[in-house]
Design a protein around this ligand. Structure first.
Ligand code: AMP
Length: 305
């Protein structure tokens, strides 16, 4: 068992979906991914918040055994993302991104997190992702996430960070924007020329795909009859994936990566069933296993045709 360190945002989100409107609820890429990863392994978060960030959220992280030594609290306001979803909710529309304290974030990886074996560079400024990454002593797997905001505003820095990553996790719009290729299979192959050895493509309600340079693995999504708020689905997927991998001392076996994708898929299916972390926060390892047994029934392929 090794541990996962995550650098990303700890945020307030203001969100509107066809199922409700919420102001300043707990969100952020590090928040969702950290809670998801904590289901399987020890987690450290590296982020920044303002003085307006309530103690109760810190208490919650600690209740999940999440190391918050790397979350600095500084004068100013916490990062605030405002967005909405409509129709099939497959796309987040950003209303505003108030970087606030994130603008002066100089990530410092605390001693207690420096020996993490898996580093997940969750969605944040790619220059900060790189700055944090250089402080780890023995990272043997680096997983990278990003989004359209950074592809638009920090492409050069993102390409530098990409060179240092082992696995890139993105969605179909992001991979098209990043590579300029409309065919996502070609786009995945292109990513493998830019640094990562493996790329995972999230396709929302249509599941996900992984390309390891030799093979493509297709992972279905959990067929849900109701989604309340998709915010954090991608982060929960990636955090669950990273946390699952951290349980193994060797990652030689390809099957482990497939299982990790299934783990990420199951966790994100929980996240989207309520706003913020409201559904995710009570998920236990036992419930997770039950969900896996249910999920298996949907896609066990026939032996022959
Ligand atoms: P996702 O898993 O892709 O739905 O990520 C949702 C989370 O990303 C929200 O909780 C936001 O706080 C956070 N977020 C939104 N915009 C950004 C950004 N530009 N950089 C980092 N995190 C962001």
């Amino acid at each position: 068992m090794s541990s996962v360190a995550i650098i990303g945002t700890v945020a307030f989100d203001s969100i509107e979906t066809p199922f409700g409107k919420k102001e300043r609820i707990l969100g952020g890429s590090a928040t969702f991914s950290g809670i998801a990863a904590s289901l399987f392994s020890p987690v450290s978060l590296i982020s920044i918040v303002g003085r307006d960030f309530p103690q109760e959220h810190f208490d919650f992280f600690k209740s999940k055994q999440i190391n918050v030594d790397g979350i600095s609290v500084t004068p100013g306001k916490t990062f605030h993302w405002k967005g909405y979803y409509k129709g099939d909710m497959n796309q987040a529309f950003t209303v505003s991104t108030e970087l606030n304290v994130l603008e002066k974030f100089d990530p410092l990886v605390p001693k207690t997190a420096q020996s993490s074996a898996i580093v997940f560079l969750a969605n944040i400024d790619p220059a900060l992702q790189k700055k944090a990454l250089t402080q780890f002593k023995s990272a043997n797997l680096v997983i990278l996430d990003t989004m359209n905001f950074w592809i638009e505003h920090r492409l050069a820095e993102l390409k530098e960070t990409l060179r240092l990553a082992d696995i890139l996790i993105v969605n179909d719009q992001e991979i098209r924007q990043l590579t300029g290729k409309t065919n996502v299979i070609q786009a995945m192959a292109e990513i493998l020329n830019l640094g990562p050895k493996r790329v995972i493509l999230k396709k929302g309600e249509h599941g996900s795909m992984m390309h390891n340079g030799k093979q493509i693995f297709i992972c279905p999504a959990v067929p849900l009859t109701h989604v309340t708020d998709p915010t954090g689905a991608g982060d929960s997927f990636a955090g669950g994936f990273a946390g699952y991998l951290a349980q193994y001392s060797s990652l030689e076996d390809e099957e482990i990566f497939k299982k990790a994708m299934l783990a990420g898929t199951l966790i994100s299916s929980v996240t989207v069933q309520n706003f913020s972390i409201d559904a995710l926060k009570t998920l236990t390892p036992f419930e997770f296993k039950q969900k896996f047994l249910e999920f298996r029934k949907f896609f066990t392929p026939p032996e022959t045709l």
